[in-house]
Design a protein around this ligand. Structure first.
Ligand code: ADP
Ligand code: MG
Length: 260
């Protein structure tokens, strides 16, 4: 049986201000979900809280991943269990290349499964990385770049998708941060995710952009407003958002409109 990420009645605050007000969401390995919502609705807060960012206080609720209470675990332990959060390593790491980073991450994961594991050999790793870069249409030179150093928005996304492909998590969460995301970057994520979709991978793509859904065609679509998931459905919900925007949903759910 595949892994499940189960978020139950999650309440999260930042500096004592409640942001998430009871989020419920279940993602199974093999499913592709999109979380949509207007600016400031709590999308990134959910992603940061799942990753265990110290500024995001979980006031109540549960997050169960593969049967394990995730809220008790450090960020790196979460990742070794097979949960991937795209912006886990958002900062530039001087002197560490994309390839070095990926190899250490793979080895850390393997060691946590088996302490005797000697790690992936260099030829095996090269082969794996090359296959993944070819699959995603990423130039091989990218592997030699220093991690996040001077990365453009598109390169950051490429790096995230390459991490997702190489680390082979059970469930991956990608937050389309709202700044500087052009159409190219959107496409990199959507095309990458589309290529990686399969029974072994559960995906939650968090996005403000309706266009993302056009590329991604997720089977499950959720809408968050004012810290709660107010609608869940299939592709038809994406079509509705595409056609009418968020406006009718603000009224329907009694939420003060922040944008169209
Ligand atoms: P989204 O990703 O949906 O645009 P966020 O989760 O980033 O929304 O933000 C949700 C709410 O939390 C917003 O009202 C925002 O102003 C507030 N918020 C986000 N980060 C902080 C912070 N570091 N300190 C205080 N308030 C914050
Ligand atoms: Mg955000």
């Amino acid at each position: 049986m595949g892994a499940t990420l189960e978020i139950r009645n999650l309440h999260v605050s930042i500096n004592d201000t409640p942001i998430l007000k009871g989020v419920n969401l279940t993602i199974n390995q093999g499913e592709t979900h999109a979380l949509m919502g207007p600016n400031g609705s709590g999308k990134s807060t959910l992603a940061y809280a799942l990753m265990g960012h110290p500024a995001y206080t979980v006031d109540s609720g549960e997050v169960i991943f593969d049967g394990v209470d995730m809220l008790e675990l450090e960020a790196d332990e979460r990742s070794r269990l097979g949960l991937f959060l795209a912006f886990q390593y958002p900062v530039a790491v001087p002197g560490v290349t994309v390839a070095n980073f990926l190899r250490s991450a793979i080895n850390a994961r393997r060691k946590s499964e088996n302490p005797e594991d000697p790690g992936i050999t260099i030829p095996d790793f090269r082969r794996l990385l090359k296959n993944k870069m070819d699959l995603l249409g990423i130039d091989h030179k990218f592997a030699g770049r220093y991690l996040n150093e001077g990365f453009s928005g598109g390169e950051k996304k490429r790096n995230e998708v390459l991490q997702l492909a190489t680390l082979e998590p059970k469930i991956g969460i990608l937050d389309e941060t709202d700044s500087g995301l052009d159409i190219d970057a959107l496409r990199i994520v959507a095309d990458g995710v589309n290529k990686l979709k399969g029974p072994q991978l559960g995906i939650l793509v968090i996005t403000h952009y309706k266009r993302m859904l056009e590329y991604l065609q997720p089977s499950f679509v959720h809408m968050i407003m004012d810290g709660q998931i107010v609608e869940s459905g299939g592709p038809e919900l994406a079509d509705e958002i595409e056609e009418y925007g968020y406006k009718p949903f603000f009224a329907k759910h009694g939420v003060e409109a922040t944008e169209d």
